[in-house]
Design a protein around this ligand. Structure first.
Ligand SMILES: C[S@@+](CC[C@H](N)C(=O)[O-])C[C@H]1O[C@@H](n2cnc3c(N)ncnc32)[C@H](O)[C@@H]1O
Length: 190
């Protein structure tokens, strides 16, 4: 598997209105079933495509906006984040987040960039509360390549499901969410 990282000079495309219309953060929030007061981790948050709608939906809760890229996090900071967004720079795997502290994690267009997804899944499992939810949305290698990362850089949904099961997650649902992106909702085994 490949793990090419996103080029920050293309970040504006991530927060384009058409992407909001297509990926529908409200539906993603519904699928996560989070409530006001929860803590949600947006891993590989980039310049905040999902971070901002999540912060509004969370009310009293907190969104941890985590990314390893200095450049992406400075673009996020320039957008004047509200108080319930905590910006966190993480390493390729290690995150400075307490054990069993996160209610739900979201990974949008990030999974294919991990160098060793099993290590990231173990780190996510450590930070999620037992039973905590995780939603992964990523590029389908079988879809026509009209945009997004090259096919060699994409991860098949079936591979991600295998990874999740091996890492101690139960897959609750999986679907082809758009013409070229799949979605998996899983929860951390207790
Ligand atoms: C294609 S962008 C997607 C950003 C955002 N999730 C969105 O959908 O708009 C991928 C992001 O994942 C980040 N990333 C890649 N590998 C990472 C890792 N191991 N830990 C944290 N962030 C990572 C990149 O820096 C980049 O900001």
């Amino acid at each position: 598997m490949s793990h090419k990282k996103f080029d920050p000079s293309r970040a504006e495309k991530l927060i384009a209105a058409e992407r909001y219309q297509e990926l529908k953060p409200d539906i993603i929030l519904q699928k996560l079933g989070i409530r006001s007061g929860n803590t949600i981790l947006d891993l590989g948050c980039g310049n905040g495509f999902f971070t901002f709608p999540a912060a509004v939906a969370m009310g009293e809760g907190m969104v941890i906006a985590a990314d390893m890229s200095d450049d992406m996090l400075s673009l996020l900071r320039q957008r004047n984040t509200p108080d319930n967004i905590q910006i966190l720079q993480v390493e390729e795997v290690k995150m400075d987040i307490e054990d069993d502290s996160v209610d739900a994690a979201v990974l949008i267009a990030v999974y294919h960039e991990f160098k060793n997804p099993m290590e990231n899944l173990a780190e996510l499992k450590r930070t999620l509360k037992p039973g905590g939810k995780m939603l992964i949305l990523d590029w389908d290698p079988q879809a026509d390549k009209e945009r997004g990362p090259g096919k060699a850089h994409r991860v098949a949904k079936i591979q991600a499901i295998k990874d999740l099961k091996a890492a101690g997650f139960t897959v609750a649902s999986h679907e082809n969410y758009t013409l070229d992106m799949w979605m998996i909702v899983a929860h951390s085994n207790t």
